[in-house]
Design a protein around this ligand. Sequence first.
Ligand code: ADP
Ligand code: ZN
Length: 547
Amino acid sequence: IGHSQGAYMKEVRRQLGAVFGLKDFRPNQLEAISATLEGRDVFVLMPTGGGKSLCYQLPAVCTTGKTCGVTVVVSPLTALMEDQVSALTSKGVDAFFWSADSLQHEVSAKLFSGDQRPALLYVTPEKLRASSSCRGLLNKLYRQQQLARFAIDEAHCISTWGQDFRSAYQGLGQLRQDYPNVPIIALTATANERTREDIVDQLQLRNLAFFNQSFNRPNLKYYIKNKTKVLDDIVDFIQKKHANSSGVIYCLSRKSCEQVAGQLGKRGLRADFFHAGLSKEVKNRLLEDWKADKFRIIVATIAFGMGIDKPDVRFVIHHDLPKCMSGYYQETGRAGRDGKPADCVLYYSFKDFKTICWMIENDKERDDPLTPEGIERQKDAAREVVKYCCNISECRRVQVLRHFGQDFDQRDCQGGCDNCLDGRQLVKEDVTIVAINSIDIVQGVSDAGSNITVALLTQYLRGTNASKLRERGGLEDMIGFGTCKGFSKELVELSIDQLLARDILNCRRERQQSGYFTEYVELGQFASSFKKNRERFEVEWRPPPPK
Ligand code: ADP
Ligand code: ZN
């Protein structure tokens, strides 16, 4: 006869405050913790940042469960285990990381020190499989009934269906045979149906308590807009829809945070910027003021967000492209924590992808420079965001949740994203003229030994701002001037962006004497074949409503 659920509750609640200094549980945490304390096998599917570690750390320090002693945590991430061990140690919990067999005497001395306090032992799957001294220690704990449970973190690594497959994880299937009565708690943030079945199968989980927290955030609305007239659009959006709401605007660089905040200020919207270049005191004060609603809009790099828990954020705007889909999900996820409706708007431009690539290649602030594969991986992650932005037919939720391996029925979006909202028809536009003339102009400019920005190219094609162009040396005599008079600025900008995305045009970053960067348009890899083959060039979009 085990302890009653009530007895668990009391100690679990007490330890939550006493050891972890937290007030409440997040969804599914308490349920998962009680189930493992009852001796059941548990499966926890929870988004990154959802609070998976508490699901095994908290039961590990409880003494009222059906099993007691040491919780063995298996994880592939060495750095994360080290962090967790030092965090737990500083909270007065006995936690050890089996990093090398040479530590075995130290670890076992502590684990068998007589008072048999609950403890955590962290180990990689590789060590667990290969180290006989580690297995010896577990066997001894088992014989003494001091093996409380196994926690298998990143459990999807066991499945060959996923990309993160680690062969050592397959050895974990043996745990059930070797330690038949020891409960297992498996945790992951990535699992589609097939992977999930695979995990349950291979770990031989039974009497299973399954906790599946959907990654869907039903109260968030997702919009992607083309990045034209972005500041006008933001001001309009905030004034019309969020005049008195709190919100975050994310930018890629510190400089663009400052510029955007300044521009908004000029247009009568108070916004403060927040980035890693500010002192700790300034950052803390900004945070407090923002949380206390002393000002509403914060313009920030992704340095802003870790541990931010303001419940009533009504909008998150990505002024620039996010670096990866997980980042996008996390950043947008800061909106609407109170469950009330909130808006997530992303301004997309392919140029931002190029900027991100440049940042990845020139990241001087890292202590551990990226390997060439690391660079490619990060670029691929950014490319995934580009694909997401350009997919203007499929529900945003379906796309976002697919990234986390979750199937989502589009009907459940209920008009919660731009692609599901009807009434805004998709329109195909033939912009071959823009393409041909852009190529000619860029060619002509480069033949003349000069260079041209996207903004100038747009003006040039549309035949506007002739005086500025004349200043730059009589460009309007050149071929192509004003050939796209009939197209709106938005459409020309969108066309140029897609020419960049298809590598018909390219853009090159150049540092100016001022220290700032300017991006110049040049011919892309496919410029000449495009012209030679007389290809058609079409873009698909939802035109902005007529003014
Ligand atoms: P995951 O492993 O799911 O990615 P973590 O376990 O690292 O997430 O938790 C993410 C963050 O949430 C941590 O900062 C953690 O302290 C915090 N957290 C977890 N549970 C709670 C809770 N019940 N209340 C407040 N914060 C929590
Ligand atoms: Zn949708």
